[in-house]
Write a protein that binds this ligand. Structure first.
Ligand SMILES: Cc1cc2nc3c(=O)[nH]c(=O)nc-3n(C[C@H](O)[C@H](O)[C@H](O)COP(=O)(O)OP(=O)(O)OC[C@H]3O[C@@H](n4cnc5c(N)ncnc54)[C@H](O)[C@@H]3O)c2cc1C
Length: 347
């Protein structure tokens, strides 16, 4: 069977790309290894999907090339996605800092994308895991459900976080197979761990949360931090984790002084003022607890206008598999929508 476009991965970026390509009259198949589409959308935002951020700007993303994502983000904006959400009568609210969440359930977003795909005759195959891709003129895609051919092939396989919902490194492997560079990936938006005597002692604060400013180098986030039984979490820590490198330090400036924290501080540091707290995390809680994967397919390998590989015509990469990582707050979905949208105009 030959399609104009085969998209690997029915997540946020893959489904957006599929419906856009379908609008252009292309024959499209989306292949998904799980028994259901959009599993990460479903668990996102605590089940309510923080689907975009109205303040989205290029500065909210980390990439080897800080200009790469500008074009796609300008061509498909939060307003574009909000229009789609409104058209499907999905009610939503701003929780804080421009973060838009569904009032009901993240399933509404999945349902919306599926309806849009259905209206364009996109074929979606679940329980279909892609094992290899070769190119000889057309692409030949080997799957657990047989062989499929296509003119264009879009890799939308996402990142490595939350292995238990069924992630694969296929996207990175395909990139390397076609001699595209992949930058070193690591977990991001992830709790940090604290080791040694200090870490052990701070475990007693597990559950305590306080307002703080957390910085790493020149980057600073003013938000809550939360003590855990392994170290630190909470929005400010998740944000800073994307900028922290193993061996590096972070600085916490507490803005609140809850009693348990003050007590522990005196026990650990005596009379040292509680203003600026420099910590060397021992690591992160890894992909099991990470929201995203930092780095990915090197943006130098791709056209920022189309997301097509410069070396391999017809091969596209969209969403989290690309070396563009959003901060916490709806930016990762906005990148998935925008990159999927632009690729959908050219595949
Ligand atoms: C717990 C959690 C909460 C999050 N909450 C938010 C949030 O509220 N807001 C936000 O902006 N971001 C959030 N994120 C991040 C966001 O979910 C991702 O950045 C986004 O889903 C990436 O979209 P994607 O389409 O690139 O990848 P994904 O949505 O991960 O989709 C990739 C798809 O490819 C499939 N696949 C992989 N390998 C194969 C293969 N070999 N064959 C066939 N199919 C394959 C996978 O099964 C998956 O369905 C959250 C992430 C997590 C883990």
């Amino acid at each position: 069977m030959t399609y104009d476009v085969v998209i690997i991965g029915a997540g946020a970026a893959g489904l957006m790309c599929a419906l856009e390509a379908g609008k252009r009259g292309r024959s499209v198949a989306v292949l998904e290894r799980n028994e259901a589409v959009g599993k990460k959308i479903r668990i996102s935002g605590g089940g309510r999907c923080n689907f975009t951020n109205i303040h989205t700007a290029p500065e909210n993303f980390i990439s080897g090339n800080p200009n790469f994502h500008k074009s796609a983000l300008a061509r498909y904006t939060p307003d574009d996605f909000i229009r789609l959400v409104r058209r499907h009568r999905i009610s939503y609210h701003e929780k804080k800092l421009g973060q838009l969440f569904c009032d009901g359930s993240s399933r509404q977003i999945i349902h919306m994308l599926l309806k849009e795909c259905e209206a364009r005759n996109v074929s979606i195959r679940i329980n279909c895991s892609v094992t290899s891709i070769t190119k000889d003129g057309n692409f030949t895609i080997e799957t657990t459900a047989g062989k499929i051919e296509s003119h264009s092939c879009v890799i939308a396989t996402g990142g490595l976080s939350i292995p238990k919902i069924g992630v694969t490194d296929l996207g990175y492997r395909i990139a390397r197979q076609f001699h595209l560079r992949v930058t070193d990936v690591r977990p991001a938006l992830v709790p940090l761990t604290l080791g040694g005597d200090e870490g052990r002692s701070l475990r007693g604060l597990s559950g305590v949360s306080l307002n703080a400013e957390v910085s790493c180098g020149r980057v600073m986030f003013p938000e809550n931090i939360l003590f855990t039984h392994k170290g630190l979490s909470g929005p400010a820590i998740l944000q800073i984790s994307s900028y922290w490198k193993p061996g590096g330090t972070i600085v916490v400036v507490p803005k609140q002084h809850p009693r348990r924290f003050v007590h522990k501080w005196r026990e650990l540091y005596g009379d040292i003022p509680m203003e600026k707290w420099t910590l060397t995390p021992s690591g992160t809680e890894g992909y099991d607890k990470a929201e995203v994967t930092l780095s990915g397919v090197d943006t130098n390998e791709l056209s920022s206008k189309t997301m097509e590989s410069r070396r391999v015509p017809g091969l596209y990469f969209v969403g989290e598999v690309v070396d563009v990582t959003g901060q916490l707050g709806g930016f990762n979905f906005q990148w998935a929508w925008a990159s999927g949208f632009v690729a959908g105009q050219y595949v």
